[in-house]
Design a protein around this ligand. Structure first.
Ligand code: FAD
Length: 687
């Protein structure tokens, strides 16, 4: 056995190390868990750079996706225009103007036209938005407000007449616009919006009105400075001849001009204020809007899901207010898809900086020996390696989401629409929460130098933080996932079909809900623990248990508390269920990527995937232990193997971040310019 029972001598250790290197060079030959002893590990790390050989170029090719070309065009454009790069210190007003110039430059000078891809090829649109966000997150969001929110609402909620009138001027930025949904009193609860649009049959116009201060549109991107138009979400009111006088048809979207096209003066009846300096994203001009009987032509109703005729009759292909509301919001999921995708990109930048610096930075070491790299500390590996594995996992999952979204845009298949809705909500919530926490961990992993603004963690963290809230608050979105799972669960027992993402529930619910096999719960061999079937089964088992148990609890509590109260009583359980499900979807996509990647990259990706899976299982080991899905010896083996895999990933961490293929002028942090050691950093402060 490799694992000695007595304390090894220095000679034993050296032999041990050299045998180990031989074995590891044979691409991850399984090694008994007992091999790793804490006191050995530092020795191993300091004596040898044990390394799996990584084909970085091939891995990078596999990762880069089909739209890398247009992303490089974005990067190159900004590299060629240093005057358009955002300086570390900049005032709010300057940042807003710069951000607008960046967008104009990208669209008009570099000829990158995102708008056409919103419908034609969404994956290309997301690739452009991601690259723009890597240049400056404010730019990515401003671009998103213009094209995905304002432009997307016109294309997706309007009809041909709107497209004919607005397409070109949105595309070329002649008409910068806003998406005005949120109000002071209502953000997540969109059905509670109070702004009204009352039809006036005499003049054939809608009258847009803010009935009280709570209905002031708040946080509206592009409103404070640049916007000329806004898509305003308001309750459509039709005059009736009964005692009520009006009939409320629910929330609809209207195009409302807010500034004069020539003079840029605010139009009569519109009052605009600046939401002011924010925690981050100060390149985006968020504003508040109040409307005082602003008249717009009837044609300005975005009438794809509901229309009003000249004589004030309402028509819709959808039978109820709820269905129309769902269809309207359903068209807006693209924003969530984009945020999930861009959040992965932020995580890539952040982990790249942290890992490059952690490889460079040396602190302490064994007596009379050189100092070691901080990434050689087990604690550092524990902070950063599962995060690196998660970044890879999220990369594949978000690509899958983008693919599904693109298919949905083409086919409009009902089942796919439901699936994309849930998955985009879940992934957006899960990934953005994870990235937000990771940004702080990365900063801390870089010590004091991580705190220098030039090294980017501050702005990345501040700019990204709101990703957890806009386009749907994460806690609210996860509830949508849980609600969908419960719906699918009920349908399953009524013999209905399941959407693609939940298919595993039908296939294996019964297996998962039976008692765990008393033999396999004790299996602790590395081969078993690294078997994707074991890993995926463990994830799905947890989701199935959570789903079944919450369904029982909801039924019980709703008898006394009603459905709203019961939901609230089980809320934490529901959120855990949603996260668990999303984790299992992420793992399934990662396993597929391992299976489909080029042969030469498989060992590397399999290693990273195993770390992702086992780290997540270990994080939730209590759940598995409570139901005896995992016996104590197996739990211990999982823990040891997770640490060992972290160590193995550390040995290829540099190559793994290189495979993200982020040029230095995109990562920008001087501490991440590994080839030049500290020279960029010292130059930055004036040496
Ligand atoms: C920088 C920025 C830019 C924005 N841009 C735009 C824009 O261009 N256009 C636009 O229309 N809007 C925009 N928004 C608004 C944004 O979409 C909303 O902030 C978001 O939808 C959340 O709404 P809220 O702020 O009212 O939070 P709330 O809904 O009040 O939520 C507050 C807290 O309550 C919790 N909570 C709420 N409901 C529940 C529930 N059912 N269960 C459990 N917990 C709950 C949430 O988790 C959250 O922690 C922007 C916001 C910001 C900050």
């Amino acid at each position: 056995m490799d694992s000695p029972n007595t304390t090894p001598t220095a000679e034993d250790e050296t032999q041990l190390v050299s045998r180990r290197i031989q074995r590891l060079s044979l691409h991850l030959t399984p090694i008994p868990n007992s091999f790793i002893r804490d006191h050995h590990q530092l020795q191993l790390l300091t004596c040898a750079r044990v390394k799996l050989s990584v084909n970085t170029a091939l891995l990078s090719d596999f990762m880069r996706g089909k739209h890398r070309g247009i992303q490089e065009k974005v990067y190159e454009y900004f590299k060629s225009r240093p005057d358009l790069q955002t300086p570390v210190e900049i005032s709010k007003d300057e940042h807003r103007e710069l951000c607008m110039r960046q967008l104009l430059g990208l669209v008009r000078e570099a000829g990158v036209r995102p708008f056409r891809y919103i419908v034609e090829d969404p994956s290309k649109y997301f690739a452009i938005a991601e690259a723009a966000g890597s240049v400056d997150m404010s730019l990515g969001i401003k671009l998103g407000v213009q094209y995905s929110l304002w432009g997307g609402s016109v294309l997706n909620l309007g009809t041909k007449k709107h497209k004919d009138k607005y397409y070109d001027v949105i595309d070329n930025l002649e008409y910068p616009g806003c998406f005005a949904m949120t109000e002071l009193h209502h953000g997540s609860n969109v059905q509670g919006l109070q702004t009204v649009a009352t039809f006036d049959p005499i003049t054939d116009e809608f009258i847009i009105n803010t009935p009280n201060d709570g209905a002031i549109k708040w946080w509206i991107g592009n409103a404070a400075v640049h916007g000329k138009f806004a898509t305003v979400f308001a309750r459509l009111l039709l005059p009736t001849h009964d005692i009520k006088g009006v009939s409320d048809m629910g929330v609809h979207a209207f195009i409302v001009p807010i500034r004069d096209l020539k003079t840029h003066q605010t139009l009569p009846g519109v009052e605009i204020h600046d939401c002011g300096h924010k925690v981050g994203l100060n390149g985006v001009d968020n504003g508040a809007l109040r409307f005082r009987s602003v008249r717009i032509p009837r044609d300005n109703l975005l009438n794809r899901f509901g229309d009003v005729s000249r004589d004030g009759k309402y028509t819709s292909s959808l039978p109820s207010i709820n269905k129309r509301f769902a269809a309207t919001l359903g068209e807006l999921v693209g924003g969530r898809v984009g945020l999930a995708y861009s959040s992965v990109s932020v995580l890539k930048i952040s982990i790249t900086i942290a890992i490059r610096y952690s490889l460079l930075r040396q602190q302490f070491g064994p007596p009379k020996q050189p100092e070691i790299s901080i990434l050689d500390y087990q604690s550092h590996q524990h902070k950063l390696m599962p995060m690196l594995a998660s970044t890879y996992a999220f990369h594949f999952a978000s690509l899958h989401l983008v693919q599904m979204y693109s298919e949905m845009k083409k086919s409009h298949d009902d089942q796919l629409v439901g699936d994309v809705h849930s998955l985009s909500a879940g992934l957006k919530a899960y990934v953005t929460s994870y990235t937000a926490k990771s940004l702080s961990t990365c900063r801390e992993a870089c010590g004091g130098h991580g705190y220098a603004a030039v090294n980017r963690f501050g702005s990345l963290r501040n700019d990204h933080d709101i990703f957890q809230t806009f386009e749907g608050d994460n806690t609210v979105l996860l509830q949508q996932v849980a609600a969908d799972l419960l719906k699918q669960y009920r349908e399953k027992f009524q013999g209905g079909t399941l959407a693609v993402t939940w298919n595993y529930l039908r296939e294996s619910m019964n297996t998962y809900l039976s008692q765990p096999n008393p033999v396999t719960v004790r299996w602790e061999g590395e081969e078993h623990l690294r078997d994707p079937k074991f890993q995926l089964d463990a994830f799905r088992y947890r989701t199935s248990r959570l789903l079944q148990s919450v369904a029982v609890r909801l039924r019980k509590h709703s008898k006394t508390l009603g459905s709203f109260g019961a939901w609230n009583r089980c809320l934490n359980h529901l959120l855990t269920l949603a996260e668990s499900h999303i984790e299992s979807v992420i793992l399934a996509k990662f396993i597929e990527a391992v299976q489909s990647c080029p042969e030469e990259t498989r060992a590397t990706l399999k290693l990273v995937c195993d770390l992702y899976a086992l780290d997540r299982i270990w994080n939730d080991i209590g759940t598995y232990r409570i139901v005896d899905y995992v016996a104590p010896n197996k739990a211990k083996a999982i823990h040891k193997l997770t640490e060992y895999l972290s160590f193995q990933v550390r040995n290829v961490a540099g190559e793994l971040v290189d495979a993200f293929n982020l040029p230095d002028h995109v990562t920008r942090a001087p501490i991440a310019m590994q080839s030049e050691a500290y020279s960029q950093y010292t130059q930055h402060v004036g040496f």
